[in-house]
Design a protein around this ligand. Structure first.
Ligand code: ZN
Ligand code: ZN
Length: 384
């Protein structure tokens, strides 16, 4: 049996090494080389360069022909790290502010546990994906033939959760994380002298009205039973102190848990943009893109995940998440191909929030992630 204390110490070393060398999405060269080297050292079959910088490790035991996949994300964010950790980022302006250094380490720990101790019959795919934060890495691996080259029937993933105590586990059936759509509305008119608005056809007043009108999409167009968010995040114009703007760009972000809601938001946004532009005698052009799909957990596999969690966590530290999160996760792309389950593990009550420059993954939770990954494999690919 693997020495868990030793594994915990090793994992802490790996995690801090990864934390000190964060890499942005699709630039995870050192990270993926680190992952591939460790997997080879443990004795797995390793494929590199899957979907850019993705890595897939394969481990087989016994004669079982079923395959289960476990997935971790490897990328960091363009956020300058605050604080004085001894293992702080050595890549200026880039940091592991979402704990993907921890997720990668947990999955490596699971690979080591499962190679040393086995306890399953079948095939395990260890998927290390690039560019989760972009919402592009999972698609890149899928487009590179992930399902054909490394087939599997179900998949599991996890994310650390600030605010939830270390050693606590949560998930829920159905929607657990939201879709993310992005939009840009360009208003065009004719700029001019600030003292002569009647001689111009400026766009700023129209843009302000449009920002206000967009607030009615959720409040007046969506069913009260549906969850939706429409946030305008930027309003940029080409005006200056004494010149009226002829061009305005409104950018923002919309969240939802059902494709129908996302479609309704886009439809109503186009109606409002056109109507407002008409009112102010300017033109409007809407660009609406879907960046992340909603993350929908399979109800039966959620029960399997809870059962596996009971072998790792205290019974009263396992809970059903009360509500879905309006954050988004690239893991959802894999669930368009096979059923699976995504879970949350506590990063501590005092943890800074995700994407905060003072955030740090809590090493006390590393072993729980490794043990949970191993437990779900043993449960879904039983050795007897
Ligand atoms: Zn993130
Ligand atoms: Zn993340």
């Amino acid at each position: 049996m693997a020495d868990l204390k030793l594994l915990e110490r090793e994992m802490r070393g790996w995690r801090r090494d990864l934390h000190a060398h964060p890499e942005f999405g699709f630039e995870e060269k050192r990270t993926s080389a680190f992952v591939a080297a460790k997997l080879r050292e443990f004795g797995l079959d390793v494929a590199e360069g899957v979907g850019g910088t993705g890595v897939v490790g394969t481990l087989r035991r016994g004669n079982g022909n079923r395959a289960v996949a476990l997935r971790a994300d490897m990328d960091a964010l363009r956020i300058p790290e605050q604080g004085a950790l001894e293992y702080r980022s050595q890549n200026p302006g880039v940091m592991h502010a979402c704990g993907h250094d921890g997720h990668t380490t947990m999955l490596l720990g699971a690979a080591k546990l499962l190679t040393e101790d086995g306890g399953f019959d079948g095939t395990v795919r260890f998927i290390f994906q690039p560019a989760e934060e972009w919402g592009k890495g999972a698609l890149a691996m899928l487009d590179d033939g992930l399902m054909e080259r490394f087939p599997f029937e179900e998949i599991y993933g996890l994310h650390n959760m600030p605010g939830l105590p270390v050693g606590h586990f949560e998930t829920r059936a159905g929607a657990i994380m939201s879709a993310e759509d992005n939009f840009e509305i360009v208003l065009k008119g004719v700029g001019g002298h600030a003292a002569r608005p009647h001689a111009a056809n400026e766009v700023l007043v129209a843009a302000c009205a449009l920002v206000t009108n967009l607030q009615t999409i959720v409040s007046r167009r969506l069913s009260p039973a549906d969850i939706g968010v429409v946030s305008v995040t930027e309003l940029l114009t080409d005006g200056t102190r004494n010149a009226l703007s002829g061009l305005a760009r409104i950018l923002g972000d919309a969240r939802s848990f059902r494709p129908e809601v996302s479609a309704d938001i886009e439809k109503q946004m186009r109606v409002i943009a056109e109507g407002t532009a008409l009112t102010y005698n300017v033109s409007a052009e809407v660009t609406y893109t879907r960046e992340f799909v909603p993350l929908l957990n399979d109800a039966a596999l959620v029960e399997e995940a809870f059962a596996a969690a009971r072998t790792v966590f205290e019974p009263d530290h396992i809970a059903t998440a009360r509500e879905p999160m309006t954050g988004s996760e690239d893991f959802a792309r894999f669930l368009e191909h096979v059923p699976g389950c995504f879970v949350f593990l506590g990063n501590g009550r005092d943890s800074a929030t995700l994407h905060n420059p003072a955030y740090d993954f809590n090493d006390a939770g590393l072993i729980h992630g490794a043990l949970f990954h191993a437990a779900i494999v043993r449960q879904r690919l039983p050795a007897d």
